[in-house]
Write a protein that binds this ligand. Structure first.
Ligand code: MLT
Length: 409
């Protein structure tokens, strides 16, 4: 028989959100009369905005005409979208990048999962705890960790994010080759200020490390002093890759479009002490393993940047931000301590004394028919915490918030 990749056997259970979906499905089957409200997985509730739908329809018509039909597109994205992203998200903020440093893809999840394959299998990985599970699990799959013991994988540098440090990662004492940072953070909602982020860029410059910067929730930033891009920090263009997504910005969770910025100045060492650019490797990887995002989807993403697209998507984001405020105020009413929700669509609440994350999940599901995500599912430091998302409709969010506020803890 063919042998398995042994690293897969180190993985713990199933993917967090699949485990939760199974539990919720079982509860619904046993209680068909109840109305379960999800503030669990970060999936959006609002439809695509009219400007995006119009662009999709127009592009769909083009695909139905011989003169405008398109087959395979460039693996790294059409020029029209790369240029629009460059102008809309970087040049307009005074950040000098070029369009060919922007790679259009079908999702930040897949990009962030795939990116680690460019690094040596002995590279030391540092990541936040709690953490979006994809960063960790893909490094486990790639063999960059030892086995899992007492809630941790050997070989990983965990950066605890706790109430004591305002859920912000602190520089490691040891050397890290690859550093995953997510800001605004999933799951805690905490956001790095420019001063905090600069510490990481300086560390990476000094240690010749690479920062993989997940900025999928950038559109939710409300506070001044919180950078929208890591390239706002001088030097980041030599050490950082940035992941962005249209999922939570423009409702593309089902439509699938994202982009990754790989500046040409980011270098890796070769076994013979030479240098190779990360950009050339990612281009090689994408042209080999990926066939690009559908033309119609790229036209839809382009429409997010039109004046109407911007205004319409901002209105939807504003609605989710208002949901976050509703949830925060209900938690306060219930006497619970909560964080986040200000620069992110995630609320990170502290479970009542002595109640672990999964017991809190069960309580909310059984007593309020509200689904959230147990903090411990994001790592050992998430034990005793629980994540709620602001992505449901205002009506269902208000209903869920009322149910939670009425619970006795
Ligand atoms: C989440 O709930 O953490 C997100 O939906 C994850 C994702 O974007 O893949």
């Amino acid at each position: 028989m063919t042998a398995v990749n042994p690293h897969y056997l180190k993985l713990q259970g199933s993917y967090l959100f699949s485990t939760i979906a199974k539990k919720v499905a079982a509860y619904k089957e046993a209680h068909p009369q109840t109305q379960v409200i999800s503030l669990g997985i970060g999936d959006v509730s609002q439809p695509l905005v009219p400007a995006v739908v119009e662009a999709l329809q127009q592009a769909g018509r083009e695909m139905g005409q011989a003169e405008t039909f398109r087959g395979y597109g460039p693996e790294q994205g059409y020029e029209f979208l790369r240029k629009t992203v460059l102008q809309g998200d970087y040049l307009s903020r005074g950040l000098a990048l070029s369009a060919d440093e922007i790679f259009i893809s079908d999702g930040a999840k897949s990009d962030v999962a795939n990116f680690q394959e460019l690094f040596s299998s002995s590279a030391r990985v540092a990541l936040q705890d709690p953490v979006y599970p994809v960063y960790l699990d893909t490094n486990v799959m790639a063999g960059r960790t030892d086995v899992y013991k007492n809630g941790r994988y050997g070989g990983i540098i965990y950066l605890p994010c706790t109430e004591e440090n305002n859920f912000l990662p602190q520089l490691p004492r040891e050397h890290a080759d690859i550093i995953y940072l997510c800001s605004p953070n999933n799951p805690t909602g905490a956001a790095l200020t420019k001063t905090e982020l600069k510490k990481w860029v300086d560390y990476a410059l000094e240690h010749h490390s690479i920062i993989l910067y997940d900025s999928a929730y950038e559109a939710y930033i409300t506070q001044a002093g919180v950078p929208h891009s890591i390239y706002e920090v001088p030097g980041a263009e030599k050490v950082a890759v940035e992941f962005r997504s249209f999922s939570k910005t423009a409702g593309f969770t089902g439509t699938r479009c994202a982009y990754t910025v790989v500046p040409k100045g980011v270098m890796l060492t070769t076994p013979d002490d030479g240098k190779v650019s990360l950009h050339s490797l990612w281009l090689r990887r994408q042209t080999t393993k990926f066939n690009g995002v559908p033309y119609i989807v790229q036209r839809a993403a382009e429409a997010v940047y039109s004046p109407q697209g911007r205004a319409q998507t901002r209105a939807v984001i504003g609605m989710y931000q208002q949901n976050a405020a509703v949830i925060l105020s209900a938690l306060k009413e219930a006497g619970l301590t909560a964080f986040g929700g200000q620069n992110a669509p995630y609320i990170w609440l502290k479970t009542p004394q002595g109640v672990d994350s999964w017991s809190f999940f069960d309580k909310l599901l059984v007593e309020a028919q509200v689904v959230g995500t147990p903090g411990v599912g994001f790592g050992a430091c998430g034990e005793g915490y629980f994540r709620l998302t602001a992505f449901n409709t205002p009506q269902l969010t208000a209903q869920a918030a009322r149910r939670v506020a009425d619970l006795t803890f």
